[in-house]
Design a protein around this ligand. Structure first.
Ligand code: T3D
Length: 263
């Protein structure tokens, strides 16, 4: 599939997916969603890919749904937003979460509405210092979607989640780090290099362990301690039979750096 709204490439175990409608701050259209589904299925099917980086072209990361596609003339029937969410946003969030590799959101600029929450659906969120996060939904009479009502209270607590959602104020990247919303922020001049270094580091890591970390950290939310201990045991048993575990131990004993293959 030729992409009109994305840039997509795979190099050195790193898949890089760039939302590419910079004039409209990379807001989502149905066409962009279709391309995203295609690109995510390519990533999921390619065993050479060991990390996915999601970013935006130009000065924004993503401004959420393209609102020009939602304007209705008087007397015209509005779009069924539930249908749009089921068709586009739900599969995107669940698809990112289900990938058995780390997904990095490289938030290069403003992330608003569903754009902010798609970033939060990723495993590691790194932002340029000038970037910001806006739960823009209430400005247009909506509730946070794309997982916003799930991610926000878990990441920053209920008080801040409700304030962010009701007031829809801009949260700076620095405050997002201080609040525990994202992993870290980086000076704008260093951003591209830091993202590349992070991606390369993750691509050289023991991929199966990272996939298990991603799965386990979220699975325990609904578990008792005893259940979490059982779950950890099962994962450890599986990983203990992996080539990367063998390599990690051998490298430690030999006092050399490990070479992980992701198997
Ligand atoms: O509908 C469904 O399917 C349900 C799902 C909904 C999910 C959602 O995401 S709802 C929330 C939608 N997003 C928003 O409400 C955010 C709208 N955008 C903004 O509030 C502002 O653009 C920003 C705060 C993000 C950035 O402001 P600023 O001043 O830096 O940039 P700007 O001048 O507003 O935007 C630059 C251009 O991008 C401008 O186009 P123009 O006038 O130069 O041709 C602007 O219209 C366009 N743009 C920005 N956001 C959107 C957009 N165009 C369409 N849709 C957008 N969301």
């Amino acid at each position: 599939m030729a992409y009109q709204n994305l840039l997509f490439g795979i190099d050195g175990g790193v898949a890089r997916l760039t939302l590419n409608r910079p004039d409209k701050l990379n807001s989502f259209t149905a066409a962009m969603h279709a391309e995203l589904r295609d690109a995510l299925s390519l990533v999921a099917d390619d065993e050479s890919v060991r990390v996915l980086v999601l970013t935006g072209a130009g000065r924004g990361f993503c401004a959420g749904q393209d609102l020009a596609d939602r304007a209705v003339a008087p007397g015209e029937k509005p779009v069924d937003l539930g249908e749009s969410i089921d068709k586009h946003y739900r599969p995107l969030v669940l698809g990112l979460r289900a990938l058995p590799i780390p997904v990095v959101a490289a938030v290069n600029g403003v992330a608003a509405g569903a754009g902010a929450n798609i970033a939060l659906a990723c495993d590691i969120v790194v932002a340029a210092r000038s970037a910001s996060f806006i739960q823009a939904f209430s400005r247009i009479g909506l509730v946070p979607d794309s997982g916003g009502t799930y991610f926000l209270p878990r990441l920053v607590g209920e008080a801040r989640a409700i304030g962010l959602a009701m007031l829809a104020d801009k949260l700076s990247a620095e405050d997002a780090v201080a609040w525990g919303l994202i992993w870290r922020c980086v000076d704008d001049a260093a951003f591209a290099g830091e993202v590349d270094a992070l991606a390369a580091r993750l691509a050289a890591a023991p991929t199966r362990a990272l996939a298990a970390i991603k799965q386990a950290m979220r699975a325990t939310a609904g578990m008792t301690l005893a259940q979490a201990l059982d779950h950890e045991r099962d994962l450890q048993r599986e990983l203990g039979a992996s080539a990367d575990y063998r390599e990690g131990v051998a490298a430690f004993v030999a006092k050399r750096p490990p070479v992980f293959t992701g198997r």
